[in-house]
Design a protein around this ligand. Structure first.
Ligand code: HEM
Length: 215
């Protein structure tokens, strides 16, 4: 079998294309949406990362998920600074999750509590994506809405404690290859990764409905 990192990447390729080319993402990257849509999207990310990171401490000793818990990846503090910038100091009181976001966060929490290998699939789908395509989104956001480069509003995309993202991704893929799981469990993880992409696409669809382009 190919390395697991290669397998999970290849197997989710189609779902990746679908997420990348979703109407909401295309409109966002095409500079066709207002900053309100970007803020609403950032709010949804808060719920997803809250689910990923609030369980991180309890997963740290886990033999499967533990090696993936790396504080330099944590995004919640950066998201909170971005939201304070986008929404103002009272951002927390107006924060709401779309139903699709609630479903996504609930699945992450469920995996974290009952199936660490499934949690790893969600971890991979978000953090490796943020380290990759996230950088394209950051550049577009800075350009479209005038955020300071790597500053408030786009801190979510800036991994201050990862000086060499390419090297970090290489070692992350080594962690994937070393995951203590048999072939069947690895197939289940690939399935959960595809599910994670579907959950992301559902959030994009809901955001697209909330922010249709007036023709
Ligand atoms: C318009 C939005 C997006 C763009 C432009 C984009 C772009 C990219 C690019 C260029 C890479 C390759 C990086 C490399 O080879 O190291 C990548 C990798 C990745 N992206 Fe995206 N992406 C987008 C959306 C997403 C979304 C929504 C997700 C999932 C939530 C995602 C998850 C991933 C993952 C997991 C990888 C790592 C693949 C691997 O090397 O194993 N991406 N993305």
């Amino acid at each position: 079998m190919d390395s697991f990192a290669t397998l999970i990447r290849t197997a989710s390729h189609e779902q990746h294309m679908e997420a990348e080319t979703s109407t909401f993402m295309s409109d966002l990257l095409g500079g066709r949406l207002g900053v309100e849509a970007y803020a609403r999207y950032t709010e949804q990310l808060w719920f997803v990362y809250e689910a990923l990171e609030s369980e991180a401490r309890s997963l740290a000793p886990d033999p499967v998920a533990g090696p993936f818990i790396q504080p330099e990846l944590f995004r919640l503090p950066s998201l909170e600074r971005d939201l304070a910038h986008l929404r103002g100091p009272g951002w927390r009181s107006s924060l709401t999750a779309l139903p699709a976001t609630r479903a996504y966060a609930a699945r992450v929490t469920e995996c974290a509590r009952t199936w660490p290998a499934g949690y790893v699939a969600h971890h991979y789908t978000r953090y490796l994506g943020d380290l990759s395509g996230g950088q394209i989104i950051r550049g577009k956001a800075e350009q479209t809405w005038g955020f300071a480069r790597k500053g408030d509003g786009v801190r979510f995309y800036v991994f201050e404690d990862i000086t060499n993202p390419a090297a970090f991704k290489r070692s992350y893929r080594q962690l994937l290859d070393a995951v203590p799981a048999d072939d069947l469990e690895k197939q289940r993880m690939v399935g959960e990764c595809k599910h994670a992409f579907t959950l992301n696409t559902a959030v994009f669809r809901a955001l697209g409905e909330e922010f249709p382009l007036s023709a």
